[in-house]
Design a protein around this ligand. Sequence first.
Ligand code: CA
Length: 219
Amino acid sequence: MQILLVEDDQPLAQGLKAALGRQHYSVNHVDTGRACLHVVETEPPDIIILDIGLPDMSGLKVLESIRSRSPGLPVLLLTARDTLHDKVTGLDSGADDYLAKPFEMSELLARLRVLERRLGSVKSTQITIGPVVLDNSNQSVTCRGEPEELTRREYMLLKALMENAGRVMTRNTLETKLYSWGEEICSNTVEVHVHHLRKKLGTDFIRTVRGVGYKVNTT
Ligand code: CA
């Protein structure tokens, strides 16, 4: 799951980036509205966390632009102002949710899980496909009832594939779900994670689609 964090308060942004990274999100950070709109155009994320008070333009204006181009892209608004007026304006402008600063990390994570569930086909925190059960509320995976120890990236990769079951995911798309900008990626990194996942989950759970990428079948 790739998150674009739009926040000009650098200490807050760095703290959020680190905390979300520990929760199996890949997080990219920009600090202006213009940069946010550029990323939405060129490399759309799965979810946007958008601060209202940005240096170059209002977060609400940014939100309007996002909505006109990408109506389905989930946006969680952050603001220092916790007034009813701002909340109503934010939601009227098309925000999916709203969080007033200061907030608890656990609150942000809970809201993100709700937005994740609204994305695509996954309606619960638990995904079951064949023998594999992935539980996003505690980031655990079992196979045939046995708990499996997955690394952070293995979990992120498996989650991306299971959330998109039935669809082929390219290596490039999978890399963006696993790595933030600036993180070193080896050319065969996705292959290596798939190899390790197959050792843990069996060889045929993750299918190779030659020349394209990988998929998990829906049943
Ligand atoms: Ca701000």
